[in-house]
Design a protein around this ligand. Sequence first.
Ligand code: EPU
Length: 421
Amino acid sequence: MDKLRIEGGRRLKGRVTIGGAKNAALPAMAASLLTDESLTLDGMPDVWDVGTMRRLLLHLGASVSQHSLSDVTLSGASLKSHEAPYKLVKTMRASVLVLGPLLARYGRARVSLPGGCAIGARPIDQHIRALEQLGAKIELAHGFVNAETDGLKGASIRFGRQTVGGTENVMMAACLARGETVLDNCAREPEIVDLAALLTSMGAHIEGAGTSRIRIHGVERLTGAHHEIVADRIETATYAVAGALVGDEIEIDHCRPEHLEPLIDILRKTGTEVVSLPQSLIVRGGTRPIECVDIETAPYPGLATDMQAQLMVLLTQAVGTSKVHETIFENRFMHVAELGRMGASIELDGSRALVYGPSALTGAEVMATDLRASASLVLAGLVATGRTTIDRIYHLDRGYEHIEEKLEALGASIERLVAND
Ligand code: EPU
């Protein structure tokens, strides 16, 4: 398994360009199953999860052609299977996003139940319940969701809790259902707005994406389209925190600052200078001591859970005690023990943490446990004195494109140690 080796203590300066959002790219790829025409997606991030979704689409019989690293054309014209097998779903939970499209277009789908993962139990009960309300017959057996329908029908559905994947899955299915669907208590993340824009350019009738009520008028068929994936707000946030920690001045280009308001607000409260421009952010750290601040994750437009681990590293450098409250996932503090091994002083109590700062972090051998936890270890390595070696960075490769190259270009001393196995 590859590792990352970081020599900490370097100041960063320069420009970094943000890629397309992994969490918008994955549902967009699943949407290709809704049409037999070609769907061309630009701005695709070069990350492993996109490769896993590509493998899943190929397994189903879709055709996938890659024109460049960031430009791919997909077509769900002649499927040979309706099954998302365990080996792919266990590698990437977002595989479950093929459930709604397969059911809507082919009338059946068999998708392995994802099960829990490092950050929590992560059930898909809300996806299933809503698809049943659209008229699907669903049975859970032998670790699979078996779904079939002789035609989905529009319905009024209220999600019992806000779910990003659930909103996406059901929105895609409802595009080909007969009549009108009204979804309430929807997730409002920018990735949902991006998916709705793609579906609309495929001929779907969708109103209200980005609000808690989405109204969809079903159509008989969807066409091909050309779509550019929205910029990755979590990648942006990760470089912004790097800037706050060790940046003289980092310009983060090709991003959408309006998707990051709570983060920008928190960074400013810590004393970091942030200039927000229409498509870029300029972050200057180190001009004053970092101040402590309390943070709480929430569904969009609140602070994303996917930014919590990275911000926690910044709080280890703040003067005083910061409170962190994680409200989305029940087990998203796997980074805390590893940060402790680097000298952080963090006390955990269920979904809350107290971060005592400032702590002088020291380089250590640490282990990545999930995607965003891995990003927090990279940030800790940048600010620590001495050498940090991060093992199991396949977690990082799932969602960050060329992270060591981007950080090196900013002046970090970071190297990938390629495994021989
Ligand atoms: N939940 C249920 N039942 C459901 C669905 C969700 O109880 O049927 C719960 C989950 O267990 C969780 C909460 O609702 O506690 C929110 O889950 P959600 O469905 O919104 O998450 P997701 O769609 O599985 C996406 C992102 C995650 C991100 C979350 C929250 C993708 C591919 N993944 O997951 O991204 O953390 O939304 O914003 O879009 C990451 O990129 O590292 C990542 C984990």
